[in-house]
Design a protein around this ligand. Structure first.
Ligand code: DGL
Length: 267
């Protein structure tokens, strides 16, 4: 039986889960949000590798047959290591949607919103080399955005000012396309779109990742679709925001996880 394991530094990866569930409603999913360690964006590559390995190990021990690293930062830091550790497991990562943005922009100026970890990674530099030769890419590391999503503050006045501070310089510079290069950011999409107006295109990678999953993981006939949530944060807070991001009225309460000697265990 297929079972997909998905993980992120917290709630952000649920924006990817939302798209996977839309495309593959019967695929059983197990999700870990490591909210205890969010944000990952300012942590070292080494630390993100250790945290990602532990999450992958926990998901595989639960019976997952494939993994999605639903985090741009963790993909940049740890995808290669995870694939070396688990060569037989399909592992799908994600990267900022620079290629579709380069195709979509009319002004030739694209803003990429992502974490410091993603923007400073060799993987991102390679992505720009491959797809951004003909356009101008402006980047913003968006301090406070991940924390706002983790707090469930999707549209408070404080969040609006945080968003404004980052996008205004991009719009002033002529950007007509903004890449949401962190999986937390699509949770802010309605607020962001209202701020930048309908002429500015916002692009994320959730649907593309869901399509990759569909290519690599086949749900069996007997699968009925389920979502089990685990968090190293506070289950009530996590579950509340998870419902908002997934757009559902009810979800089973997230199960608590604890970190012990660098490994994840049921609390
Ligand atoms: N959601 C993650 C990403 O896509 C990481 C955010 C963070 O924890 O800094 O980059």
């Amino acid at each position: 039986m297929a079972c997909l394991g998905v993980f992120d530094s917290g709630l952000g990866g649920l924006t990817v889960v939302r798209e996977i569930q839309r495309l593959l409603p019967s695929l059983p999913l197990i999700y870990i949000g490591d909210s205890l360690h969010a944000p990952y964006g300012s942590r070292s590559e080494d630390e993100i590798c250790q945290l990602s390995l532990a999450q992958a190990e926990f998901l595989l021990a639960q019976g997952c047959t494939a993994l999605v690293i639903a985090c741009n930062t963790a993909t940049a830091a740890a995808a290669k290591t995870l694939r070396e550790h688990f060569p037989l497991v399909p592992i799908i990562g994600m990267e900022p949607a620079v290629k579709p943005a380069a195709a979509a922009t009319k002004s030739g100026i694209v803003g990429v919103l992502a974490t410091v970890g993603t923007l400073q990674s060799a993987r991102f530099a390679a992505l720009l080399d491959r797809f951004a030769a003909e356009i101008t890419v402006l980047t913003r590391s968006c301090p406070g955005w991940v924390e706002a999503v983790e707090a469930g503050a999707f549209e408070t006045p404080e969040t609006v000012s945080l968003l404004q501070r980052e996008v205004e310089p991009l719009l002033a510079a002529g950007a007509d396309t903004l890449v949401l290069g962190c999986t937390h950011f699509p949770a802010l999409r309605p607020t962001l779109q209202a701020l930048v107006g309908p002429e500015v295109t916002l692009i994320d990678t959730g649907v593309a990742v869901a399509c990759r999953v569909a290519e690599q993981v086949a749900a069996s006939r007997e699968d009925a679709g389920s979502l089990t949530l685990f968090t190293s944060g506070t289950p009530t807070v996590f579950s509340h925001s998870a419902r908002a991001i997934l757009g559902v009225e009810w979800l089973p309460m997230a199960l608590p996880l604890v970190w012990k000697d660098g490994r994840l265990e049921n609390a």
